[in-house]
Design a binder for this molecule. Structure first.
Ligand code: AMP
Ligand code: GLY
Length: 379
């Protein structure tokens, strides 16, 4: 059942949940979390999986996130927070450098600059034009390495890592073009098995949970670390306070343990203690289909054909889709849908995911052809 209410309106969500005797609300995206929907639910005595407004600042404010990491001793890029372009330029000691809007930008507020001219232009867009509506930017050292997404379920005390995943952020093959919300993913990452994931979690997620707890903030939900695996070890690029898209599409089909029971347990302080996760041995590969113009813009209303041809063991996850006329499904946003296949190895999963992605068609369809290719090569 779809309810016609604003997801960011905490009181409306709490009322709707109370009216229906809902036992557990899972708040998915960042905007309602940052807006305090979890707080409104807590005030109404309704159990909620998803962090409070204060905890969601880890994602909502890059400067808060950096402060918490510094206090917790979590490795991350060197950085400065500035509010004018002159200070921004002065903070850059080496190129390439990274300039980030200090707020929510749907994965698009990060600009990697190669020289001073690009830095000036990026600072102008973020601070003068206020492209993402923020007053401050974070200027950051550019880190080199493979990226890793490691998500952990958190019960206020303990962080329990999920299987590792990798996200493909750029729009074009070979990691070219602007950043997007994510064009594909796979799980697990061969170099990061369960043991390694636990080690990373112990040096990244757990210290952050502990630091938040010291500040009186109990984090119940998913803490997602975007990491760069540098020559000096893993360093945090960002935290998200929710399931990642499209990593989750590759992670969850492999989870054998009952997800609902885990989410339910994580709402209780310490509720995940002793929980063990069981995973299917297959690899999962997810390919995102985006609409014309993405990520700068998007197009809507184009009929999506071929959904009925996708085999039943391939998962199609809808994102920017809508019901069109005469039973048609049409595009309605930038990232339209994603396709996930499981396979005995990465090559097999890739082949099935791309076969299904090619069965689905719409005008202006964009996809990357190199999702999970790295994992095939290192296997
Ligand atoms: P963020 O939203 O901070 O995760 O940044 C989005 C993407 O920009 C990351 O997934 C990286 O691909 C890239 N990025 C962000 N920060 C850095 C950095 N310090 N060094 C290199 N790449 C970065
Ligand atoms: N895949 C990146 C994100 O969910 O923000």
């Amino acid at each position: 059942m779809l309810l016609d209410l604003a997801a960011e309106d905490g009181d409306a969500v709490a009322r709707a949940a109370a009216d229906r005797d809902v036992d557990l609300v899972v708040v998915g995206p960042e905007a309602p979390l940052v807006a305090g929907v979890a707080d409104a639910l807590a005030d109404a005595g309704i159990r909620c999986f998803g962090p409070t407004r204060a905890a969601a600042e880890l994602e909502g404010s890059k400067s808060f996130c950096k402060q918490v990491m510094a206090a917790a001793g979590v490795p991350t890029a060197e950085y400065a927070v500035v509010s004018d372009a002159q200070a921004g330029l002065a903070a850059i000691t080496r190129y390439p450098a990274v300039i980030k809007a200090d707020g929510l930008a749907a994965g698009k507020g990060v600009i990697i600059v190669q020289d001073e001219a690009q830095a000036r232009e990026a600072l102008r867009q973020l601070l003068v034009e206020r492209r993402f509506g923020t007053e401050r930017v974070v200027v950051e050292e550019h880190l080199e390495g493979e990226e890793l997404s490691l998500l952990a379920l958190c019960d206020g005390h303990t962080a329990l890592p999920l299987a590792s995943a990798q996200d493909y952020k750029r729009i074009f093959d070979g990691d070219r073009g602007p950043n997007t919300g994510g064009m594909g993913s796979y799980s697990p990452v061969p170099a990061v098995d369960a043991e390694r994931a636990r080690e990373i979690c112990a040096t990244v997620h757990q210290p952050v949970l502990d630091e938040l707890a010291r500040r009186g903030i109990a984090f119940h939900g998913v803490l997602y670390a975007g990491l760069m695996m540098t020559a000096d070890g893993p360093k945090v690029l960002e935290f998200n306070v929710r399931f990642g898209d499209p990593e989750t599409q590759a992670i969850l089909p492999r989870l054998r343990t009952d997800l609902l029971a885990l989410l339910d347990a994580a709402v209780e302080p310490g509720g995940l203690e002793g929980a063990q996760l069981e995973w299917r041995p297959e690899t999962a590969v997810t390919v995102v289909l985006a609409s014309r113009g993405y990520p700068e813009s998007s197009s809507s209303g184009d009929e999506i054909r071929g959904l009925d041809r996708v085999p039943p063991d391939v998962y199609v996850t809808h994102a920017g889709t809508a019901n069109g006329r005469h039973g048609a499904v049409v595009t309605a946003g930038g990232r339209v849908l994603s396709v996930t296949a499981l396979g005995g190895d990465t090559a097999a999963a890739r082949a099935d995911a791309y076969a299904a992605a090619d069965m689905i068609d719409f005008d202006g369809k964009q996809l990357r052809r190199d999702i999970a290719l790295r994992a095939v090569k290192t296997a």
